[in-house]
Structure formats: structure tokens, C-alpha cells
Design a protein around this ligand. Structure first.
Ligand SMILES: Nc1ncnc2c1ncn2[C@@H]1O[C@H](COP(=O)(O)OP(=O)(O)O)[C@@H](O)[C@H]1O
Ligand SMILES: [Mg+2]
Length: 216
């Protein structure tokens, strides 16, 4: 039919066939893992397959100009966990409650930076450790995402300052680079047509960041 591309030539068709290739390689890796001498090799093949899948997924998302929130959050929590596990950080847990199927306009890498920055700030505020809550739902015709922590909250007098570049209450040797996390958050959110607000939690101690965006 005019204007309609054959399924085997579309991006979806390509991803479908590549996923079959990944599945075949994974099954072969499972088979060779049966021999104890090949376990390391099998693990390395599985990691390569996972990397290939991520590359394909991020290519598709970039081509579509829209990302799946659940995937972004899983990468961001994984990165934040890795970051926190290398320091002497207190124990931080994640509690995610997401409406299924939510998508955001924009690029996966940019959204990962948004959530990693919010998670690291939350973790740094929770000196005794605690839980970082993420709630996401459709609201008012768009997507609403709330990231809340169990730290001391944000003193009201600095609330109007925190999104400004280089505003920071942290002592750091690398002062040229501090105070940029929330500025990055706000830039990415506004580039994608949304808004972000900071507040203290109404229900408990802690800070709460709310992002509102058009659906992707
Ligand atoms: N979850 C939070 N709880 C309490 N204060 C926060 C939180 N997130 C950010 N802040 C405050 O906002 C400031 C700016 O944050 P950010 O832009 O990420 O820069 P940085 O983390 O380098 O200080 C922080 O120094 C801190 O005072
Ligand atoms: Mg920060």
C-alpha cells in the first residue's frame, strides 16, 4: 500500500530479528555454561548480549524521541547503587511505584542524568540511610513523577536557590563542579516541556521533588 512500509524493513522489524539473534546467543551461552570450564565465558557472553540489547533499546528510543520511564529508572537506580556501594555510604533502598507503560519525551541518557542526580542528592541527605520513594502516574493529561527521601528536608530559606547553577551547601574539593545537579535536572525537564518543583514532604520528614511532563 502507498506510504506504508513493509514490516520487515521498519525499525521494529530490525529489532525483532536482532532480538532473535540475542536469544540464540543466550541459549548457546546457557548450554556451554553446563561445562564448568566455560562458566566465565558464558557469563561474559550474557553480559555482551545484555549490552547489545541496551544499545538496540536506546537506539529505538532515540529514533522515537521518547523513552520508557521504567527502563530509565532501572538504569538510574543501578548506577546510584554502584556509586553508593563504592563509598562508605549508609544503606539506601529504593521503593518504586510506577503506573505501567509510562513514557517521557526526550533521550534516555538525559533522563538517566536527571534521576541519578535526584537519587544521589537524596542518598547524601540521608546520613543514617533510608528509603528513596519514586511514584509515577498519569495526572492532568501528563506524567507526574515524585522522588521523596527520608533525610532532614530542605531549609525553607534555601528552597528558592537550589536549582540555581553552583548553589550548594556541600563542602567539596572540586567546587567548580558542585551545585550543578539540580540545575541539570531543571534543564532536562524544561527542555522536554515540563516543570520541576522542590518541597518538604507533607507526610513525614524529608524532601520531595515533583516533575510534571507531557506524555512521551
Ligand atoms: N534531597 C535533598 N534533601 C535536602 N537538601 C537537598 C536535597 N537535594 C538537594 N538539596 C540541596 O540543594 C543543594 C543543591 O543540590 P545540587 O544542585 O544537586 O548540588 P550539590 O549536590 O553539588 O550540592 C544541595 O547542596 C542541598 O543543599
Ligand atoms: Mg547533587
Amino acid at each position: 500500500m502507498d506510504g506504508e512500509r513493509r514490516a520487515d524493513l521498519t525499525l521494529e522489524g530490525l529489532v525483532h530479528d536482532l532480538n532473535n539473534v540475542f536469544e540464540t546467543i543466550s541459549e548457546a551461552a546457557d548450554l556451554i555454561a553446563g561445562d564448568s570450564r566455560s562458566k566465565k565465558l558464558a557469563n561474559s557472553i550474557h553480559r555482551s548480549v545484555a549490552r547489545g540489547e541496551r544499545i538496540v533499546e536506546s537506539f529505538v528510543e532515540t529514533a522515537r524521541g521518547s523513552v520508557e520511564l521504567a527502563g530509565v529508572l532501572s538504569c538510574a537506580t543501578e548506577f546510584a547503587r554502584d556509586f553508593l556501594s563504592t563509598g562508605r555510604s549508609p544503606e539506601v533502598e529504593f521503593d518504586l511505584q510506577l503506573e505501567p507503560g509510562l513514557r517521557l519525551k526526550g533521550l534516555p541518557g538525559a533522563w538517566e542524568r536527571v534521576f541519578v542526580n535526584l537519587f544521589l542528592n537524596a542518598a547524601q541527605a540521608m546520613k543514617q540511610g533510608g528509603t528513596i520513594q519514586v511514584r509515577a502516574r498519569l495526572a492532568g493529561g501528563g506524567v507526574e513523577i515524585v522522588v521523596a527521601d527520608q533525610g532532614p528536608g530542605i531549609p525553607p530559606e534555601i528552597l528558592p536557590e537550589i536549582f540555581k547553577p553552583h548553589f550548594s551547601t556541600k563542602s567539596s574539593r572540586r567546587s567548580a563542579f558542585k551545585g550543578l545537579g539540580l540545575h541539570i535536572v531543571e534543564s532536562v525537564v524544561s527542555q522536554n516541556g515540563g516543570a520541576v518543583a522542590a518541597a518538604n514532604r507533607p507526610d513525614a520528614a524529608g524532601a520531595e521533588f515533583t516533575i510534571r511532563l507531557p506524555e512521551g
